[in-house]
Design a protein around this ligand. Structure first.
Ligand code: FAD
Length: 292
């Protein structure tokens, strides 16, 4: 099932993100965790892709398993910046052969040490290059892209970031999933600006339930997200008690989702980080709203 079709619903729908194992030894445990999440029957599940391509085989294995065994639509992430055209074409063929219709087309992070390299000879410079290639290969792929309510860290300003985002959508992105954010007002401001810029595709807010104090630092370093005082107080109070911190982090994420739905957002993507208990708790907190 195409994600673009699912996004037409007016009811609140949750989707979950999982990541593949880095090694073969970890495969079974990660597969089991993703299956526990699939049993919750989310609207869809996304499976990330290692920027260097190291976990690419597992991305597809996990996405295929979720779809075939549990009937949950899946979306395989694919990055391009550190790959050759030949490798990316191979991956696209594998995705197609696996019967996956949905692809999250991403640039990926620039490999460490190459941030200032001359990129003129690279096969892919931006996600838009991959989106165009996917559309040429098979116009029937349903393509998603990434967007950044607090702007991408490499962008000079939001205006420029939104201009490039519009180009990505015009090239064939049918929906956009956001980077995590901890203050919904940032999302509402972003929505206002992108709609004004003529971007009309569905936006799926990405919510990261923070369940331990160390995760805050890692997540913020990776995403550059703003951490509101309300969230900081919660980490100050509960950070040293793992159980209390987990409960508080899940409550905060639940609260963000309720506020999003109350303000007209019907699809929310939860960065569930291969944690079935967290996915389960969020879903049960919202059971009456979700009708599950
Ligand atoms: P782009 O859309 O190419 O944008 C990157 C930067 O280039 C931005 O500053 C943008 O404004 C600018 N830009 C875009 N187009 C142009 C252009 N034509 N000319 C000049 N500048 C341009 N990483 C992984 O490795 N694996 C994953 O599975 C993964 N999943 C993700 C899922 C989501 C929802 C999000 C938000 C991010 C994910 N990432 C993943 C991280 C992502 O790869 C990085 O954030 C990366 O730095 C940018 O990827 P992008 O696709 O947004 O790039």
């Amino acid at each position: 099932m195409k994600i673009s079709e699912l996004l037409k619903s007016n009811k609140l729908m949750l989707s979950f993100e999982v990541f593949p194992p880095k090694t073969e030894t970890a495969f079974e445990s990660v597969k089991n965790a993703t299956e526990e999440i699939a049993k919750l029957l989310p609207s869809f599940m996304s499976v990330t892709y290692g920027a260097g391509g190291g976990t690419s085989r597992y991305t597809l294995d996990i996405a295929k398993n979720i779809k075939e065994r549990y009937g949950v639509p899946s979306i395989a992430h694919l990055t391009c910046v550190s790959s050759t055209r030949e490798t990316v074409r191979e991956k696209i063929c594998e995705i197609k052969a696996a019967g996956i219709q949905n692809i999250m087309a991403l640039r990926g992070d620039i490999p460490t040490g190459l941030e200032n390299a001359d990129r003129s000879g690279w096969d892919y410079k931006h996600a838009i290059d991959l989106i165009r290639e996917l559309k040429e290969t098979d116009p029937d792929f349903c393509i998603g892209g990434a967007c950044y309510p607090e702007i991408h860290p490499e962008s000079l300003n939001q205006k420029e970031d939104i201009l490039y985002l519009k180009e990505k959508v015009d090239a064939g992105c049918e929906f956009l999933t956001t980077q995590m954010f901890f203050d919904n007002n940032l999302l509402y401001n972003f929505l206002y600006k992108i709609r004004e810029a003529g971007i009309t595709v569905p936006i799926i807010p990405g919510i990261m339930p923070i369940t331990n104090a160390n995760q805050v630092e890692r997540a913020v370093k990776l995403s550059g997200s703003f951490v509101p005082q309300r969230f900081k107080s919660l980490v100050d109070k509960f950070g040293s008690d793992p159980y209390a911190m987990k409960q508080a982090g899940i409550a905060y994420a639940t609260d963000q989702i309720i506020d999003l739905y109350a303000n007209g957002i019907t699809n929310v993507h939860v960065y569930s980080m291969n944690k079935p208990d967290v996915a389960m708790k969020i879903q049960s907190n919202l059971s009456d709203i979700l009708g599950k």
